[in-house]
Design a protein around this ligand. Structure first.
Ligand code: FCB
Length: 446
């Protein structure tokens, strides 16, 4: 299934950009090397039962040492753009204070390697690996973190602003706060509505402060934030599940982009956030940005729950097409999300993540014939074409992900890469989808 699908060209503007995305903690490894400080994910992973199979990011894909090989893979793939994140604790081991020059050097090498291969780096400041030293001070629940984050942004802008033209503040603030502070599934593992909303407001403040800092120190750079947006569906026809789905939608889809772009919190949540808002905060948060990063995978489901959040996460039903990790396949929902995001926020959209997860092993011939992923990618890239035809200003597509990597709480068994990583040897094996995506990119360039 899937591997015979043509990589036929899509009707997209010639300027449309193709790329891949990764995140520092999921691929770098070298967790205690060259002066990197611990992050909340290092400690979280050492707590029993937090990450499947007891996996940790200590070694991950060893990208820290193998980045040249990984950039060579990207070059072979033919991507024009690459989104990566900086590990805050690698450059500021305590989160603030003295910078770690060896850590900064690593990203110099990476950026230069990318540019030398004609690939444009897109730099994301925060993909969830908060320095543990800051968590010890309350992490995202401490209002001072907005200033710490802006100082970190200043360090990064000064160092890489001469070569990097696209910066993102946060990757998926909804996931790291809802799962990290509201539901306890992600680091730092807190399950409390008030903590979640406090963290949410401080993330928004940090976003606004970082945008102002980046504007001042990297003039001419194009700035954005990356939001995970998926339609939220009730798991049944019961009216209370519809209410739950709307609450999840407020937390998932609107809690961040609405204040960041409209200076406004969703009505469903404003009562809960109010106690954390001080005079001038909303103007501080809503700084003009240049592009909207959209991560999208699948519709998500909610059921009513008596707990403080008012909703619980529900797995997708079984009678719909599912990926290898049980996420619903629905390319029409992706098309509709791009159109809705365009209409609501009126910014150029870059799809900064989309991809297919599965539990895969090498086959007898030593490869991975991932036809299911190819079928998914063919349908989802076709959805981009349809959204653009319907008027959505979508300008690029970054596939998640280049490599199999540490899929947070699901560990290494959940594979999203178009390159298989053999974790015993760290050998990279391009899957069939790698060749398919390379052919698609090539077809677009003709
Ligand atoms: C997104 C994350 C990314 C990866 C994919 C599968 O929510 O941003 O790091 O885990 O899901």
């Amino acid at each position: 299934m899937g591997s015979d699908i043509e990589a036929s060209p899509l009707a997209l503007p010639a300027s449309f950009e193709w790329g891949v995305s990764t995140a520092a903690y999921q691929i770098e490894g070298a967790a205690a090397e060259d002066g990197r400080g611990p992050s909340i994910w290092d400690l979280f992973g050492k707590q029993k039962g937090r990450i499947a199979n007891g996996d940790t990011g200590d070694v991950a894909c060893d990208h820290y040492h193998r980045y040249r090989e990984d950039v060579a893979l990207m070059k072979r793939l033919g991507v024009q753009v690459y989104r990566f994140s900086i590990a805050w604790p690698r450059v500021l081991p305590h989160g603030r204070g003295p910078a770690n020059s060896l850590g900064l050097d690593f990203y110099d090498r990476l950026v230069d390697e990318l540019l030398g291969n004609g690939i444009e780096p897109w730099l994301c400041l925060y993909h969830w690996d908060l320095p543990q030293a800051l968590d010890d001070l309350g992490g995202w629940q401490n209002r001072d973190i907005a200033g710490w984050f802006a100082d970190y942004a200043a360090l990064i802008a000064r160092r890489y602003g001469d070569r990097v033209r696209h910066f993102a503040t946060f990757n998926e603030p909804n996931v790291c706060t809802l799962f990290g502070y509201g539901m306890g599934w992600n680091a730092p593992g807190i399950a409390d509505r008030r903590s979640f909303l406090r963290a949410a407001h401080h993330v928004n403040l940090a976003h606004g402060d970082a945008v102002r800092t980046l504007r001042a120190l990297a003039p001419g750079a194009l700035l954005g934030a990356i939001h995970n947006r998926q339609v939220c569906l009730p798991i049944s026809t019961a009216p209370q599940d519809a209410v739950a789905a709307n609450l999840l939608d407020a937390c998932w889809n609107r809690l961040y982009p609405d204040p960041q772009i409209f200076a406004d919190y969703p009505t469903e949540l404003v009562d809960g956030v109010q106690e954390f808002i001080q005079a001038g905060d909303m103007a501080r948060i809503a700084q003009p940005i240049d592009w909207f990063g959209l991560n999208h995978y699948s519709p998500i489901y909610a059921r009513a729950d008596p707990g403080p959040l008012g909703f619980a996460w529900a797995d997708a039903p079984h009678d719909v097409p599912l990926t290898g990790v049980g996420w619903r396949i629905d390319p029409d929902a992706f098309r509709d999300e791009m159109i809705a995001t365009h209409r609501r926020y009126r910014l150029p959209i870059y799809v900064t993540e989309n991809g297919y997860g599965a539990h895969e092993t090498l086959d007898d011939s030593g490869g991975v014939n991932d036809g299911g992923r190819i079928a998914y990618l063919a349908a989802y890239t076709r959805a981009v074409e349809q959204a653009v035809a319907a008027g959505a200003d979508v300008r690029g597509y970054f596939l998640w992900s280049l490599l199999d990597n540490l899929e947070w709480g699901a560990g290494y068994a959940s594979r999203f890469g178009i390159v298989y990583v053999d974790y015993a040897t760290l050998k990279r094996v391009p899957k069939a989808s790698f060749d398919w995506f390379a052919r698609l990119i090539r077809a677009q360039k003709r």
